[in-house]
Design a protein around this ligand. Structure first.
Ligand code: ZN
Length: 142
């Protein structure tokens, strides 16, 4: 009886402490992503600084095992960590020979990303049931 009660108590305390786990890390990643966008907007030549911001953001995610949103992940070159903005740092083309897809090429290193855009294609992470909420607050609402 006693150990179980103690365990529950500890768990409750832990959950109370971590209502928003890794909040500061997410805030920092958010800041770095926005800083990268602004830097690229002000000076498209300054690719090194943009790379530094994005690389730092990816390192935080990697160290703490946090998932970056697919929407954001698609705007990052996985080879050279450059922010991919169509027309500035990336070339975007629609191809439909085998299956309708969007090709994004990094202008800096030539890395190619392909995204299926067929009518029947749904991204796995866009299926509501596939997602598990990270925060206890969101769980209570749904
Ligand atoms: Zn690249």
């Amino acid at each position: 009886m006693a150990p179980l009660a103690k365990q529950t108590k500890v768990r409750k305390w832990y959950q109370g402490k971590r209502k928003h786990p890794y909040k500061d890390a997410f805030q920092r990643m958010n800041f770095l992503y926005q800083a990268a966008h602004l830097t690229l907007k002000q000076d498209p030549e300054n690719e090194e600084l943009v790379r530094f911001y994005i690389h730092t953001m990816r390192m935080i995610a990697q160290r703490l095992v946090l998932r970056i949103e697919p929407e954001i992940k698609r705007t990052i070159c996985k080879k050279c960590s450059l922010l991919l903005v169509p027309g500035i740092t990336a070339i975007t083309r629609i191809r439909g020979k085998r299956e309708h897809h969007r090709v994004v090429t990094c202008k800096s290193c030539g890395q190619v990303k392909r995204f299926n855009t067929g009518a029947n294609h749904t991204l796995w992470s866009d299926i509501p049931n596939a997602r598990i909420s990270m925060f206890t607050e969101d769980k209570a609402q749904s």
